[in-house]
Design a protein around this ligand. Sequence first.
Ligand code: ATP
Ligand code: MG
Length: 344
Amino acid sequence: MAFKERVFSGVQPTGNLHLGNYLGAIKRFVELQSSYDCIYCVVDMHAITVWQDPTELPRATREVTAAYLACGIDPKQNIIFNQSQVAEHAELAWVFNCVARLGWLNRMTQFKEKTGKDRENASVGLYAYPSLMAADILVYRATHVPVGEDQKQHVELARDIAQKFNNDYGASISAHGYGDVFFPLPEPLIQGPATRVMSLRDGSKKMSKSDASDYSRINLTDDADAIAQKIRKAKTDPQPLPSEEKGLESRPEAENLVGIYAALQGVSRAQVLSEFGGGQFSTFKSALVDVAVAKLGPIGAEMKRLTQDPVFIDEVLADGSARAQVLAADTMKAVKDIVGFVRR
Ligand code: ATP
Ligand code: MG
């Protein structure tokens, strides 16, 4: 069966939005709106899988919304909303908890990385996170999911859940007139020059909102001074930059900074190296500061302007939620019939 093409993705309101979120996700969201129907979510229910201060969460939710708008997502042409306003996400997640297998979730690297040695003390929600993420995508029967490299495994799990649901309930799906399969198998879209931006302090760790050190990331709301300071302090190695990409092998910090420059400027890594190869890091870093300030400055300024008007932001979210809910409710009615839940 052919499904209508639709894009879904989300960002957690868990702290400071950073360059990795921008290059790996939000910048791609903006590009996709010209060719797809897009639904972009602020996933506040995912956020509380680790503790969030209830006085801080609304601010963070509005800030992610402001980032979507400031980066150029059109809330009329697309849907922008926060997850907790559409209860069907949680409803479908429960059904998916009963479809997904413990063995599948046990393989998820994000859970292992986020819990470390303290697994016994992690929330059940953090463990079941990928099942809610599958519901986020599939409650809209979305076909394409733009994400950074780190989320690939979760989108693949969503495919597994969709497939098992389609198989287990195959007879009921066709008995209710939905043909052979009810859910599409969503595809991760992991594209662009910076699908995994690394920490400025440690080239082996991804840049994250939840990293304790603010020097590990460039926040979208950082001012020019903060950006300059963070880039100047970014970890490097003592050698000059190579002139060819091969020379970046086993130099993760150098590779990361070159990748960031290339992605922000819209040029290839080879072009960056042909310009800066053989030179000192300090020269390259100054140029990187200029590019980062030029590209991120206007976004940060627009985010600040928008967050001063929470009433407007809340209206965007309310309007988006109402439109999302119409779609989600349709899916959920069908799922209830397929599963065998009696409904009004
Ligand atoms: P947290 O540490 O709270 O998980 P995060 O920085 O990973 O925060 P998320 O809200 O989990 O941010 O992810 C939002 C989107 O940004 C996802 O598509 C994710 O793949 C992408 N993303 C996150 N970090 C990076 C990164 N360092 N490079 C590229 N993409 C990233
Ligand atoms: Mg994350």
